[in-house]
Design a protein around this ligand. Sequence first.
Ligand SMILES: Cc1cc2nc3c(=O)[nH]c(=O)nc-3n(C[C@H](O)[C@H](O)[C@H](O)COP(=O)(O)OP(=O)(O)OC[C@H]3O[C@@H](n4cnc5c(N)ncnc54)[C@H](O)[C@@H]3O)c2cc1C
Length: 394
Amino acid sequence: MDYQSDIVVIGAGPAGLSFAREFADNPLKIIIVEQLPQSVLENPPFDAREIALTHLSREIMQNLGIWQQVPEDQIFRLKEAKVVNGTSPYQLHFPQPKKARGGATDRLGYLIPNHRIREAAYAVVKDQPNVAILTERKVGEVKTFDDSVRVSLDNGDTITAKLLVCADSRFSTTRDKIGIPTDMHRFGRTVITFRVRHTESNGHAAFECFHYGRTLAILPLTEFMSNMVITIDSDKADKILQLDDEALAQDIYRETDGRLGDITVASTRHTYPLVGTHARRFFAERAALIGDASVGMHPVTAHGFNLGLEGADILAKQIIQAAAKGKDIGGKSVLETYNFKHMLNTRPIYHGTNVVVKLFTNESSPARLLRSAVLRVSNNLPPVKMLISHQLTG
Ligand SMILES: Cc1cc2nc3c(=O)[nH]c(=O)nc-3n(C[C@H](O)[C@H](O)[C@H](O)COP(=O)(O)OP(=O)(O)OC[C@H]3O[C@@H](n4cnc5c(N)ncnc54)[C@H](O)[C@@H]3O)c2cc1C
């Protein structure tokens, strides 16, 4: 079958679906191609990723109607955040803000499980009249012409559109097909993440503990349930994965110095190999990259989907403006403007995050001292702290 559309999006992940939702009140036609079956999009499985969202992301998701689809008891308050270095009792503290977008000053941000975001995004897009989702399909060849782009699928179907949008993850194969070079950093580390229940309150505070040898992030869900994110050298990950629930609970008890009381493991464990990616540019002829396909962040600063939402929002607004003026929606000026604006957001955060990761995973004595100095300087220099807080709250 040969389909015609204005935009073809590859990937029905949170970024691809949010992008499509931006066109809810617009006549432009969109086809989304997704390799997963419809049943998984409708009911995505728990993946132990709890996504920290800024106030700006909440605003974008509310405007798209996605936020309203998430059950209220699945939106968790992130009141404040603390960063701890090794065994030092000194903490870098980000308190709840004095000012925040939308006025919710009782929190730095929000936490929502990734599978709930996926579920909500699919729920709002699935009945959108100008969107068709082709599931269980992968992209074959991509061919670009002066005024269109043609995507062939693995079942022989083709889609012709004015613009191709790649939202097919940080390992995007479509990005390779359209010839966009990408910087990729393999950290050699693995993230192990799971939920625990505990008998002491977490105070709705997130903790990032840069212990020597491994990093432990504690993300507060309910007052007595938190998500644990262990980052460790990949060759040591199996040792943790092989622990039974009781031994793992004891391990977390030790790592948290008993601060959360008695621990019980409360979910399955999930692992993610750590790979950071940044495309050198976010567009090619008649094509753009969004979401992790544009920038795949290290999760330590919790920016990945926040940046993905912002990028999708910027690109959609450029396209809608161009269409309203009768301009080519896949033309160079739309894509260059998107590239410029999104790069301004992503480059400092991507490289800044990688520098932080490098410093806080370096176990040499000078690095340990520098880590401690960085925390103290950040705590005591209001402009530095404000900058980081502003970034956290969006
Ligand atoms: C442990 C962890 C914690 C995180 N914490 C945070 C956080 O606190 N805050 C935050 O903002 N972000 C966080 N992130 C990042 C966030 O999860 C990602 O940025 C976000 O999920 C990316 O969405 P996406 O739609 O771009 O890509 P994905 O979620 O990867 O979706 C891509 C979609 O494309 C489909 N696809 C892939 N290839 C093809 C193909 N060839 N053809 C068709 N379909 C294809 C896939 O099946 C998938 O549905 C975290 C990530 C991890 C791993």
